[in-house]
Design a protein around this ligand. Structure first.
Ligand code: OOG
Ligand code: NI
Length: 309
């Protein structure tokens, strides 16, 4: 679809660029790390995936954001369930012709990233929490139709909440509290480490480099999250905090976004391919529920307020 729709692809990439500038302006750690890796890597970084969070209620869930990606050629893939966190997620793969061809640039101008969208299972929340989430989603008018627009503008589609409402949500679900104040903002971008050119292509080396440069990594369940097959390895920073002015005038620091790193190893059936012939589709695809469960904690109070390493 993309290759015979150049205007469409330019627009689509422009929207991703806008989402990214909102993200870089609000998250100094993500910006500094991208600048650092860029300077090391001669300005060439591929994104593995982008992630968004939503409220799974009245059309405000995964579908509200997914529609934009489906319209620009993405394909829906597997569902992941997180019963402990009362969340579910879907991931979407990019149009096939964009993965290696299409974007030959860096970041959002490079190969199009996978998309990971999660939603809070609002029906499973306590009545007071549900009431707050329904109040704000309902206050947004038809905001559910404009999730991608809101993300690229860096604007909530609902009014700002009271601090006490944020706290009520945070007690029950840090994900819910995050989504109430960050809305559809990009939750993270993920650097594809195996597509880097220097020694940083080894995620363990990259983690070491990031920590030695003074940044904190999410230590939940260990810094490196490894899938049971060993082929998907992930790590992430702890989220930056941003000062947020609540509707009642209270200004408090709230967690914002983080940056992730992912290394996808070559699948066993392709292990004898010469290194130069290995393409993205020869590598481990998809996500891993146990790792994702820990990556969600990158915005948790426990990780964000951790001191030292
Ligand atoms: C998403 C956490 C999961 C991954 O790559 O498995 C994740 C989130 O924090 O919203 O990013
Ligand atoms: Ni991720």
């Amino acid at each position: 679809m993309m290759h015979n729709n150049k205007g469409g692809e330019d627009f689509f990439r422009g929207v991703l660029e806008s989402m990214q500038s909102v993200y870089l302006n609000r998250n100094p750690t993500a910006k500094a790390i991208l600048d650092l890796v860029h300077s090391f890597e001669n300005n060439s970084i591929c994104y593995d995936h982008l992630a968004f969070r939503t409220f799974g209620v009245n059309g405000y869930g995964i579908d509200s954001m997914a529609g934009f990606f489906l319209d620009y050629g993405y394909t829906q893939r597997e569902e992941l369930r997180f019963p402990g966190k009362k969340l579910r997620a879907l991931w979407f793969s990019p149009p096939a012709d964009s993965v290696s061809g299409g974007g030959s640039g860096s970041g959002m101008s490079g190969p199009l990233p996978r998309i990971f969208i999660s939603e809070l299972l609002v029906d499973q929340m306590s009545p007071p929490t549900q009431e707050i989430i329904r109040k704000y989603t309902e206050s947004s008018g038809n905001g559910k139709k404009y999730a991608a627009l809101a993300s690229s503008l860096g604007h909530l589609t609902w009014e700002k909440p009271l601090y006490s409402e944020f706290q009520q949500l945070a007690r029950e679900s840090e994900y819910a509290a995050w989504t109430l104040v960050n809305g559809h903002a990009l939750n993270h971008v993920t650097i594809s480490t195996h597509r880097l050119k220097t020694h940083l292509r080894d995620i363990k080396k990259l983690n070491q480099f990031i920590e030695e440069s003074g940044f904190r990594l999410n230590s939940e369940g260990g810094v490196l999250k490894v899938s049971p097959d060993g082929l998907l390895q992930q790590s992430s920073t702890v989220a930056d905090s941003i000062s947020f002015q609540f509707a009642d005038g209270i200004t408090e620091s709230v967690p914002c976004s983080y940056i992730e790193f992912a290394e996808r190893l070559v699948l066993p059936q392709y292990e004898n391919l010469p290194h130069t012939e290995v393409k993205e589709f020869h590598r481990r695809d998809g996500f891993e529920v146990a790792s994702a469960d820990k990556i969600f904690e990158s915005t948790s109070k426990e990780q964000v307020s951790r001191v030292g390493s």
